[in-house]
Design a binder for this molecule. Sequence first.
Ligand code: PLP
Length: 430
Amino acid sequence: MARLETKQSKKLFLAAKKIIPGGVNSPVRAFRSVGGTPLFIARAKGATVTDVDGNVFLDYVSSWGPMILGHAHPKVVSAIRGAAGKGTSYGAPTEGEVTLANLIRGAFPSISKVRLVSSGTEAAMSAVRLARGFTGRDKIVKFEGCYHGHADSMLVKAGSGALTFGQPDSPGVPADLARHTLTATFNDVASVRRLFERNRGKIAAVVVEPVPGNMGVVLPAPGFLDALRKITRQEGALLVFDEVISGFRVAFGGAQELFGIAPDLTVLGKIIGGGLPVGAFGGRGDVMDALSPVGPVYQAGTLSGNPLAVAAGIACLKELSRKGTYGKLGEKADYLAEGLHGAFAKSGVPTWTNRVGSMWTTFFRKGPVVDYASAKGSDTAAYAKYFHGLLDRGIYTAPSQFEAGFVSLAHTRKDLDRTIAAARGALAQF
Ligand SMILES: *Cc1c(COP(=O)(O)O)cnc(C)c1O
């Protein structure tokens, strides 16, 4: 197998590193955990991305989730072109914002009002402020290994020894702030109960990825999300579902549709922008009306509800709302999962795969993987080897073990067969 020729990417990466920290504008793009040079992408279409050296890859990174229709979908591109000709930003309300908000509310019955922002980080940060403002409480509970963007309050995972006081994950996050972020163990209801017992009347919200994708994909154990709903209701705290990945991914109405649970607030991003920068948070009307200008909780954005981004989001959600879309996506994902399962079984390499619909992670360890600790037990060197084996065979997957792969509607049966064959080839070298 010829090693990939990436001369132009290497050249650009050298230039980038001189002017952009680490050469990238978001850390996980840098290939640090798998080694090698990140690919600089020149263009993308359907299921493929093409790098600056002209290599074409089948893409399962999907821009980390948004590209569920595939790249450069004609309807999305034409919506953006149409919007661009009418001006790119007004700083005033537009009809498109009402349309997108209605599309979101139509998919998520728990959302009665919604506000648009420009990223998932901004949406999660704003939802937390709103939960704190609405309840008059400062503390929040999050789960180890769940990612909710890089806002100060959310950049805390804490160790299992720090169940009472959070510790910041990053310099620059004041410890005085991080101590208000309490960390529980995913799929462990008792760890949540303990935090409430020790902080009675002080917890504003439990924030959770109902299907975590940021420690790799992990499934909620039966009853886990129900228990969170029950505990938060009993304790007067809000339940916040971060569905930035799972929203419009695991079902049109996200994980809350799949598991039949109505959170108080929902955080969205990724898919709802059709590949442009959009985030949203929404939920109960009484909670959302605590937001400025109706209520006292301040939140704002110069480019919030940007007409281009909103046009792309509307086109994307309309396409997804067509009958049979998720059935079709699920069939593709089932087919790929079955093929990959066969390849892994035959190879004898110990792996464990978690999957919900079209998002999945294969962990290089014996299973089961149910939380952050078990995910962390994966053999990341084996993952890196597999990653490069796939890349050399024209398959582009996440350059980290602790991420999800995404099947899009643009992947054809032939693409999936090629992917399975590439996996076999990559594993044969173990
Ligand atoms: C990606 C992600 C975010 C952050 O969204 P950005 O648009 O990258 O700021 C928040 N929560 C979850 C679950 C995510 O996957």
